[in-house]
Design a protein. Structure first.
Length: 261
């Protein structure tokens, strides 16, 4: 298996508006890959198609060489694809530990009677996954916050909590949708280190991001979309000086998305 995740000629339209047109990306196991592009270029739509929020109009999504484009969101998650969201989606009225434990629920082998009667099997699983959740909070730097209510966390820590919850599903591929949004320079440096630690655990990372210092620091390769199409692919250094990429960000591409927003 050369690639853990492949999007092959993926297209998606909403009414008459084409969000993705024959988009291709290939990600090798253990890579950190960024998908860049101006607002409205199709980046989040691509993540939504990969994770089953939308079904592609055409094209294929392959995970470990198996097509997943017709699976439900839940089955894609169980197959090993986890994500965070551009707009944070946490259970605001639950504490930090509960938010991460929720990510482990599909891993339980206990059946409903085990839960109702609090059997030994269920209690052991609950204990094991609580320990796992605490270790993930430690991993992202939130171990001291287990009892805190999630809505009381600073914005950057809520983003880290979303990463911990996504990791709790035991993914092989993690999709991060603008994880550095709202972070200051110190928090971005910490996020850079965390993404590398996630990769060191054997997890492949796909990143949508507007903070170029983070992309430059962590990514092995970069894909650039504009108006729903691939326009460039390569290392950060290669795409940084690409004329079409500069045009997309600074020229017509920016005007185009302003009209479409």
């Amino acid at each position: 298996m050369d690639h853990i995740l492949v999007a092959e000629n993926v297209s998606k339209a909403f009414g008459g508006i084409v969000a993705l047109e024959n988009v291709n990306i290939k990600v090798a196991p253990g890579e950190i890959v960024a998908v860049l592009g101006p607002n409205g270029s199709g980046k989040t739509t691509l993540l939504n198609v990969i994770t089953g929020v939308y079904i592609a109009d055409k094209g294929r999504i392959l995970l470990k060489d198996k097509p997943i484009q017709k699976l439900t969101k839940e089955k894609i998650c169980y197959a090993g694809v986890a994500r965070t969201f551009q707009n944070i989606r946490l259970f605001k009225t639950r504490n930090v530990l509960d938010n991460v434990r929720i990510g482990t629920h599909h891993l339980y082998k206990s059946k409903l009677p085990d839960v109702i009667f609090q059997t030994k099997r269920f209690r052991e699983e609950q204990s094991r996954y609580t320990e796992k959740a605490i270790s993930l909070l430690d991993f992202v730097g939130l171990k001291e916050k287990t009892k805190a209510m999630c809505e009381n966390l600073p914005y950057a820590q809520q983003r880290l909590l979303e990463v911990a919850r996504a990791l709790a599903t035991e993914p092989t591929v993690l999709l991060l949708d603008e994880p550095a949004a709202g972070m200051n320079a110190v928090e971005i440096r910490n996020l850079d280190a965390l993404i590398k630690k996630i990769r060191d655990r054997g997890i492949t990372v796909i990143l949508i991001e507007h903070i170029m210092d983070l992309v430059r620091g962590v990514c092995d390769r970069v894909y650039v979309l504009n108006n729903g199409k691939n326009i460039a692919e390569g290392t950060f250094a290669e795409i940084e000086n690409n004329a079409e990429v500069k045009e997309a960000y600074l020229g017509r591409g920016r005007g185009h998305h302003a009209q479409n927003h």
